[in-house]
Ligand binder design. Structure first.
Ligand SMILES: *[C@@H]1O[C@H](CO)[C@@H](O)[C@H](O)[C@H]1NC(C)=O
Ligand SMILES: *[C@@H]1O[C@H](CO)[C@@H](O)[C@H](O)[C@H]1NC(C)=O
Ligand SMILES: *[C@@H]1O[C@H](CO)[C@@H](O)[C@H](O)[C@H]1NC(C)=O
Ligand SMILES: CC(=O)N[C@H]1CO[C@H](CO)[C@@H](O)[C@@H]1O
Ligand SMILES: [Ca+2]
Ligand SMILES: [Ca+2]
Length: 588
């Protein structure tokens, strides 16, 4: 098995001042994603809410998380659980009131936490007053006439107009993006559900409306935004068909599935960068008046498409676009060399003055423990928190929560209905089950006497809950806290330095170093293999990096099973168990 003694591939010198008041607070923090329906239910209706989140904020101080990002809590008919907004400036009653929001943000700030909101600008709900007005007619007196993407039936078509679909574009569910509206005798475009009409960003008034939305929340003190679905923001004006994807064969349920086309006309149109720059400037106004406002964007794409979202010095965009590389890991692909490849691809493509970030999961993909395997869930947290840059944790990953299945008949996610014979591939319910707090009923999530909106995973009774893990200093949560503390306390984890050490099929290992030599460097070792691996790290450290170590001995600062912490370690012969991760302090 080939051992790659990686040479000095890159050494970044970027560092950041630690502390929440700095302009660069988003570099030092952990971003924690809350799916609001599932975090904490304060009023016993079985659905999570804002007052519930407020009641749990101390948890973040306890585990060392500095930034909380909320999935949408805006007013919504909930066909896509908040990603279908009918009032961008109000809170949905299911989550509480604006007073609840004000209380949440003021308590968060009191506790030194940052609060980031989801911004959903691509589309609204079809119940949004703008859409209700827009669909009435195309008269010049209708001020909402051009708020959405309206198109006439295809020309020279002998069918009834509602059958004269403008082109072959499909939505994420695999049906046409075009929905006929009888009153207007036109189609509107939707890239997601048909009840999520796309806003028309070729209309300058829509820009002003959405800037007003940003200002509304910025004035409330929100610390930043994550912009949803940016790749879908603009569509080509020429309305030409998209080419067939030659790599795609399966056609399901009589409709053309999403992957069957190359989305050259509906993805990543160049205008989107002007839009993000426009929003960045709005955030900058507020950053200059008070605290820095952070901007990140969501699009799961190639680096060629993703990295331009950092913007340029004269036209800054996002502080970083979320890096979804690690979400591609699965049981089949999780190996030392694959992790090395994913990490290195990102680090080598990253512009030199930009800050990295890592994402291991979210509300649209299965839990880490199910995707990669339960034995590796702790190692994934070690990787996520100790690579250079800002990690994002999806709620519950810090305690190793797992997918929770409901039968098809009880599906909540509208994506499950895309294709009943393949619903298990599409449903996003399993990763959205309620947070597991303790051993009381509904895992302490809710006091409802009925059902919670999605069932709680019964493994809350066997240790997968916050209270039990708090009491156990070998738990996944104890590990998470220790990793968060290392990030905060050790200068080595506050830089961008990264060197690979031993990389094999089983092992991915890397060195983190401080700017000032002698403050302590840390070797992080992850065994992604299916059995123990014993390797010589001292040779790699010395030959590859000309580093010296006192007597070849390091100290295990953290072991993912929390059973070898503080133990001295001969670096020429380090054994790491399957799925285990070690953090070894060495004065290299
Ligand atoms: C419509 O059909 C007519 C007659 O076949 C043709 O002359 C015309 O160019 C067509 N127009 C368009 C927009 O395709
Ligand atoms: C991102 O894209 C990759 C590659 O297509 C895929 O494997 C991964 O599941 C996606 N991640 C998310 C969160 O959708
Ligand atoms: C956990 O607590 C026990 C008993 O106090 C102690 O011996 C052990 O070192 C602790 N382990 C860790 C990883 O802190
Ligand atoms: C990752 C992510 O945020 N996905 C969302 C993208 O937008 C659609 C529609 O708004 C949502 O359904 C997804 O959850
Ligand atoms: Ca509730
Ligand atoms: Ca769009």
């Amino acid at each position: 098995m080939a051992v790659i003694h990686a040479v000095l591939l890159f050494v970044f010198i970027q560092t950041f001042p630690v502390g929440v008041t700095s302009n660069e607070w988003w570099k030092g923090t952990i971003v924690y994603q809350i799916y609001p329906r599932s975090f904490m239910d304060s009023d016993g209706d079985g659905v999570g809410d804002l007052a519930g989140i407020t009641s749990r904020l101390e948890y973040f101080n306890d585990i060392g998380v500095g930034t909380v990002w909320l999935n949408p809590v805006y007013k919504s008919p909930m066909a896509d659980f908040g990603y279908d907004v009918d009032d961008f400036k109000d809170i949905d009653p299911i989550f509480g009131t604006m007073a609840d929001f004000d209380e949440l943000i003021s308590k968060a700030h009191r506790l030194g936490l940052k609060l980031v909101m989801d911004f959903v600008p691509n589309h609204t709900s079809d119940q949004h007053p703008w859409f209700i007005e827009s669909k009435k007619n195309k008269d010049s007196t209708n001020r909402y006439r051009d708020y959405y993407v309206w198109v006439d039936p295809k020309k020279n078509c002998s069918d009834p107009p509602e059958k004269c679909i403008p082109n072959n574009w499909v939505d994420l569910l695999g049906g046409t993006v075009w929905e006929w509206v009888q009153e207007r005798q036109q189609f509107y475009l939707h890239q997601f559900l048909n009840i999520q009409p796309d806003l028309n960003y070729r209309n300058p008034v829509v820009h002003l409306e959405m800037i007003n939305v940003l200002r509304f929340w910025l004035e409330k003190g929100v610390d930043g935004f994550r912009v949803d679905a940016v790749r879908h923001m603009y569509e080509s004006e020429d309305l030409q068909d998209e080419p067939i994807n030659p790599d795609y064969s399966s056609i399901r349920s009589g409709h053309v599935a999403y992957g069957s086309l190359v989305h050259s006309k509906t993805f990543d149109q160049p205008e989107v960068h002007d839009l993000i720059y426009e929003w960045r400037r709005v955030l900058n106004e507020y950053s200059m008046q008070s605290n820095y406002r952070f901007l990140t964007i969501e699009t799961n794409d190639t680096h060629e498409i993703l990295l331009p979202y950092y913007g340029t010095p004269s036209r800054p965009e996002a502080d970083f676009p979320f890096n979804y590389g690690l979400t591609a890991l699965s049981m089949e692909t999780f190996t030392g060399s694959k992790v090395h490849q994913l990490v290195n691809d990102w680090m080598k493509d990253l512009p030199h003055d930009k800050w990295p970030n890592w994402v291991t999961g979210n509300h649209d993909c299965f839990r880490v423990a199910d995707r990669v395997g339960i034995q590796y869930a702790r190692a994934l947290n070690v990787l996520n928190l100790l690579l250079p840059g800002t990690p994002k944790t999806y709620y519950g990953e810090e305690i190793g929560m797992m997918n929770t299945w409901v039968p098809f008949s009880k599906s909540q996610d509208s994506y499950a209905a895309i294709d009943p014979s393949h619903w298990k591939e599409y449903t996003r319910d399993p990763e959205r089950s309620p947070m597991q707090w303790d051993r009381s009923s509904h895992a302490g999530f809710s006091t409802t006497i009925g059902d919670t909106w999605l069932p709680v995973n019964q493994n809350y009774l066997s240790g997968i809950n916050v209270a039990d893990q708090k009491a156990d200093n070998t738990s996944a949560l104890a590990l998470y806290k220790k990793l968060a503390a290392l990030r905060k306390d050790e200068p080595a984890f506050q830089t961008n330095h990264l060197k690979y050490v031993v990389v094999t099929e089983k092992i991915f290992s890397f060195l983190r170093m401080p700017d000032t030599p002698g403050l302590g460097s840390f070797l992080v070792i992850i065994n992604a293999g299916t059995s123990e691996s014993t390797d010589d790290y001292s040779a790699a450290l010395m030959e590859g990096h000309q580093l010296k170590m006192e007597g070849n001995i390091g100290t295990i600062t953290v072991s993912s099973n929390m059973d070898r912490d503080g133990v001295s370690q001969d670096m020429s012969k380090v054994s790491v168990a399957k799925g285990e991760a070690l953090v070894v302090k060495c004065f290299c």
